[in-house]
Design a protein around this ligand. Sequence first.
Ligand code: GDP
Ligand code: MG
Length: 177
Amino acid sequence: CTEEEQSEDYLFKVVLIGDSAVGKSNLLARFARDEFYPNSKSTIGVEFQTQKMDINGKEVKAQIWDTAGQERFRAVTSAYYRGAVGALLVYDISRRQTFDDIGRWLNELHTHSDMNVVTILVGNKSDLKDLREVSTAEGKALAEAQGLFFIETSALDSSNVAAAFQTVVIEIYNILS
Ligand code: GDP
Ligand code: MG
């Protein structure tokens, strides 16, 4: 087939993981639809959303999976992780417990998917400056120790949201192309 047809063959599964209420669903809503839900419940979660992205002039599709709230019961199934080549590992910079739980999520990710899954550690809710419980330096240090990319985002004010998803997809593209 032609070069143009081939460029549409890129479809990468990316999973959102992290504790309940860290902002996973709103990161996806902001990225895919430029929407934000101030009082979102787990019900807004879609199974996955396919987002077209332009990487080096090539059309790449990211199939981004969101939980439907099952992380609240520590019941994210292996099917959720199956085939994932990228992951956004999200915590809330205003709730230290969500940062302390990152190790557990990393274990779960590595149990259920390939060790080489491209992973970015995402400190969300960077707009909550006065409520910050996890410093940027701590986030960076954990990411470095675990070999992860790192970014702080706000689904509320949009900062770095596209960059978080793009970092993962560009890296996957570079590895696989
Ligand atoms: P999930 O359980 O990880 O999917 O989290 P949600 O996306 O449902 O968000 C949980 C709550 O945090 C909701 O009330 C959101 O409005 C709020 N939230 C999500 N992202 C942000 C953010 O970047 N800043 C602020 N201030 N609130 C956020
Ligand atoms: Mg959710």
